[in-house]
Design a protein around this ligand. Structure first.
Ligand SMILES: CC(=O)SCCNC(=O)CCNC(=O)[C@H](O)C(C)(C)COP(=O)(O)OP(=O)(O)OC[C@H]1O[C@@H](n2cnc3c(N)ncnc32)[C@H](O)[C@@H]1OP(=O)(O)O
Ligand SMILES: N[C@@H](CCO)C(=O)O
Length: 396
């Protein structure tokens, strides 16, 4: 936040640079997990044909991971649902088959708040995802990847697939269904669709229906990918490294990532600082915060599939537990399980007031819990101790 020491702008450098993160290690056309790639800890269940809300029927395979042992009575099963760019790898190191380390490593494991010595934890990759569950990178009816022809999937379709997984695993009801952000949407949809199968739910940094603001933030992300020539109508899986829609995907991530952090954090942490010796004031260089966003763009483009990003983002926009059910309050009122609702105080994307609405509408909820964080929406990933304490106490 320096002011008077800043140099005057220099003459603009002719020609703008391409995103720096696209240089360096090659960006694959798609980073989706494909048949023949290392399986890692994944297991698979073929749930058969699923008819989606849009009317399309397709065969669905779900990739999932488990930890712990199912008790003889089957009463200790916990379902963990990931957010937009997560997957079934909730806990454990990165390695062959797993592009990232567990995204909730702090929450799930032996002795941790969701103690895998006690609970049988199941984590599926979402329908439409890119880590082993049927999605745009999967083979379509004509033997080619679905690509841009992958059908429109709603939160309800995703939960329908997860219900079929529970059936296949012989789990009648969950001791807890827990998730944050997009995962929290499915938590709520589970609890409304199948209340008798959700004995407790924990909905973190999420909403009962996507708001106009959330739809607005998503729109330019969708446009960024679809307007990238490398997207090619969603048909890019055979393109060489560097030729896919990674620029569009990276821009989408930059928009999204900005909304995942708080304005204050970005200002205090980066302010107006230049990135290293780069000269942002007309010299073609970057501010540190630009470099930070470039870094996150490059990381996502190297580990995620652009078509899945589109499908999942649009599924989030479809999310409204009240649709066709008489409204949000009516729908929430049908939930029978105990409910934990958690918001992050600085979350500018999933506002605490949206959590307050959920907490007020869920009969089994004793009020919203607010996490104190400087980091905004990503607080659900970063504030491990606060999230862990709330979930541990709730599980009892
Ligand atoms: C269920 C799910 O949500 S799964 C998805 C969760 N995972 C992700 O979203 C992956 C993307 N990462 C993130 O969103 C975040 O890193 C979190 C939430 C996981 C963790 O947040 P933080 O610990 O605060 O990390 P932060 O956002 O500061 O990023 C740190 C990275 O930025 C880099 N960085 C920091 N400043 C700069 C800068 N000026 N220029 C370039 N890079 C920078 C760091 O070197 C570090 O790189 P690395 O992650 O490759 O080691
Ligand atoms: N960092 C999270 C935020 C979305 O909730 C993700 O990428 O999934």
């Amino acid at each position: 936040m320096q002011t008077d020491t800043a140099p005057a702008p220099t003459a603009p450098v002719a020609g703008r640079r391409a995103p720096v993160w696209a240089a360096g290690p090659a960006v694959p056309a798609s980073a989706a997990w494909r048949e023949g790639d290392p399986v890692g800890r994944r297991q698979f269940v073929d749930i058969g044909d699923l008819t989606l809300e849009c009317g399309v029927t397709l065969p669905v395979r779900v990739a999932y991971e488990t930890w712990g042992e199912l008790s003889p009575s089957g009463d200790n099963a916990v379902l963990v649902l990931h957010a937009l760019t997560g997957d079934s790898h909730v806990t454990g190191p990165a390695g062959p088959g797993h592009p990232t380390a567990g995204w909730w490593d702090s929450l799930v494991g032996p002795g941790r708040p969701i103690d895998t010595d006690r609970w049988f934890v199941v984590a599926p990759n979402v329908l439409g995802g890119c880590q082993g569950t049927t999605g745009p990178a999967s083979t379509g009816p004509d033997g080619r990847p679905w690509g841009g022809r992958f059908p429109f999937v709603t939160t309800r379709d995703q939960v329908a697939a997860e219900i079929a997984v529970a059936d296949a695993l012989g789990i009648d009801s969950w001791a807890l269904v827990v998730g944050a952000s997009m995962g929290g949407m499915r938590v709520l949809e589970w609890a409304v669709t199948a209340p008798e199968r959700v004995r407790a739910l924990a909905a973190i940094a999420t909403t009962a229906q996507s708001s106009g603001d959330q739809i607005a933030w998503a729109h330019p992300q969708l446009e960024a990918i679809r307007s990238d020539p490398g997207w090619n109508g969603g048909d890019y899986y055979d393109l060489p490294e560097g030729a896919g829609p990674h620029i569009g995907l990276g821009i989408a991530r930059q928009i999204a990532h900005t909304t995942y952090r708080s304005p204050r954090e970005l200002d205090v942490r980066f302010g107006r600082d230049a990135q290293d010796v780069e000269e942002p004031l007309g010299g073609g260089g970057r501010y540190a915060v630009q470099s930070y966003l470039d870094h996150h763009a490059g990381k996502l483009a190297r580990r995620f599939d652009a078509n899945s990003y589109l499908v999942l983002t649009e599924s989030m926009l479809s999310h409204d537990v009240g649709r066709g059910r008489g409204g949000v309050e009516e729908a929430l009122g049908t939930v029978t399980g105990r409910a934990l609702v958690v918001a992050v105080d600085t979350d500018r994307l999933y506002l605490p007031e949206q959590s307050e609405r959920m907490a007020a509408g869920l009969p089994g909820c004793d009020g919203m819990h607010l996490i104190r964080s400087d980091f905004g929406h990503d607080g659900f990933l970063i504030e491990a101790e606060q999230v862990g304490t709330l979930v541990r106490d709730f599980l009892g």
